[in-house]
Ligand binder design. Structure first.
Ligand code: SAH
Ligand code: SF4
Length: 395
């Protein structure tokens, strides 16, 4: 969809704001996806870029589809396994390119089967990815990181204590999912609705995906490509703390499910918990949710709401929440606060959570309480963090 078709008139936000965000984001871009010997990583290239690379070494356009299939449908990492391609071309490809994966430096499995990966990228920077199996069925969500660290500093979030080191590139974002699939032996990609363990993606790991929009969008476009991994947009959820101008763009261009980290229903409190609220206050955030194009009764917006004892968990808060989101096709995901070393908050009592959930539910919104997963290995929402640091400030 053309971005110009999106109605942003009510918000008063301008294209200039988006340009400013994208320019700032670019300062944190990753190093080129390339080895020291000059070979380039084919993972993370758009189809057009892949076609360009193949043309540059004298190959015909039809090769693009073939190579794409081997990389993203079959999941091979070795050109010699591309059996529909003759040996001399396999060797030529291997001279110029690699099919990369982040290195799984540490893999931990929780007592509840949640699995956390610490991935190390080529420059040594690290980010975490979590696989959360469904408790009832043989499927689950892969929670992917979009940045090493985060520029925002939501008070209750462990990632927020780690300064932004850099953005992850498209190769590194897709690579987290592909490496997790390697770990579970889930290649080739299924055709149609064949059940899979790794069946959905949630962009809810480290970082703010809408402050790394270009790389995230490129990665998701690759993941959704029908001739490769082929995950439908319905199986992808992007979570944002509320980067309003980029929400419009994500809705128009990607159309994935949207989750919004709300956490407070009054600006005063949200300013404190989610400092980005000072820039994009509740009224603007909720307006952006109302015009989010992918939202419908079948595909509701998820409002994430971390339950903090005595801070945001009163019945008045619940009633105000219901007023705020009235008319939006939405569900409210209540997340008991997950503590981390040094965190200053307490989780709401079970009673307070139940009381809150009931008010929301009685108003017609589904209000599931997210059961904490992988807390024993610090893999639950808001517990992710790595030791990566920025070596020098970005220019
Ligand atoms: N940066 C994005 C996505 C990553 S966070 C965002 O903020 O939306 C994924 C979810 O976990 C967010 O809703 C976030 O607010 C929530 N979260 C952060 N810290 C948490 C904690 N300690 N306990 C429970 N949820 C937390
Ligand atoms: Fe960043 Fe999201 Fe954590 Fe806020 S909650 S600090 S936006 S990762």
């Amino acid at each position: 969809m053309d971005i110009s078709q999106v109605d942003i008139s009510q918000s008063g936000l301008t294209e200039a704001e988006r340009v400013r965000i994208l320019a700032k984001t670019a300062r944190f871009n990753p190093p080129p996806a390339q080895l020291a010997d000059g070979r380039r990583d084919l993972v993370g290239m758009s189809r057009a870029e892949l076609a360009g690379e193949l043309a540059a070494i004298g190959e015909k356009p039809f090769r693009t589809k073939q190579v794409w299939h081997w990389i993203y449908h079959q999941g091979v990492t070795d050109f010699s396994r591309m059996s529909s391609i003759a040996r001399p071309l396999q060797e030529k490809l291997a001279e110029h390119f690699v099919i990369g994966r982040p290195e799984a430096a540490v893999v931990q499995t929780s007592s509840d089967e949640t699995r956390k990966f610490l991935f190390r990228f080529r420059d040594g920077q690290e980010a975490e990815t979590v696989y959360i199996p469904d408790a009832q069925e043989d499927r689950g969500a892969v929670c992917i990181s979009s940045q090493v660290g985060c520029t925002l500093s939501c008070r209750f979030c462990h990632t927020g204590t780690q300064a932004l080191v850099r953005n992850l590139g498209a190769a590194e974002i897709v690579g987290q999912f592909m490496a997790a699939r390697d770990n579970y032996g889930e290649w080739p990609s299924p055709r149609g609705e064949t059940p899979r363990l790794l069946s959905t993606i949630v962009l809810m790991g480290m970082g703010e995906p809408l402050y790394n929009y270009e790389n995230v969008a490129k990665a998701m476009t690759i993941v959704m490509d029908n001739e490769g991994i082929a995950l439908s947009r319905r199986r992808i959820t992007l979570s944002t703390s509320g980067v309003v101008p980029m929400m419009d763009r994500a809705g128009a261009e990607l159309g994935v499910n949207l989750a919004v980290s709300l956490h407070a229903v009054r600006d005063e409190l949200r300013d404190e918990l989610v400092p980005l609220n000072r820039k994009y206050p509740l009224a603007e955030l909720i307006a952006a949710c109302r015009r989010y194009p992918a939202a419908s009764n079948a595909r509701r917006i998820t409002f994430e709401y971390v339950m903090l004892k005595g801070l945001n968990d009163s019945p008045e808060d619940a009633r105000e929440l219901v007023r705020l989101i009235a008319g939006i096709p939405a569900k409210v995901n209540l997340i008991p606060f997950n503590p981390w070393p040094g965190s200053a908050y307490e989780t709401s009592s079970g009673n307070a959570i139940d009381r809150f959930a009931k008010i929301v539910m009685d108003a017609g919104f589904s209000s599931p309480v997210r059961s904490p997963r992988g807390r024993d290995i610090l893999a639950a929402c808001g517990q992710l963090r790595t030791d990566s640091r920025r070596e020098r400030p970005a220019a």
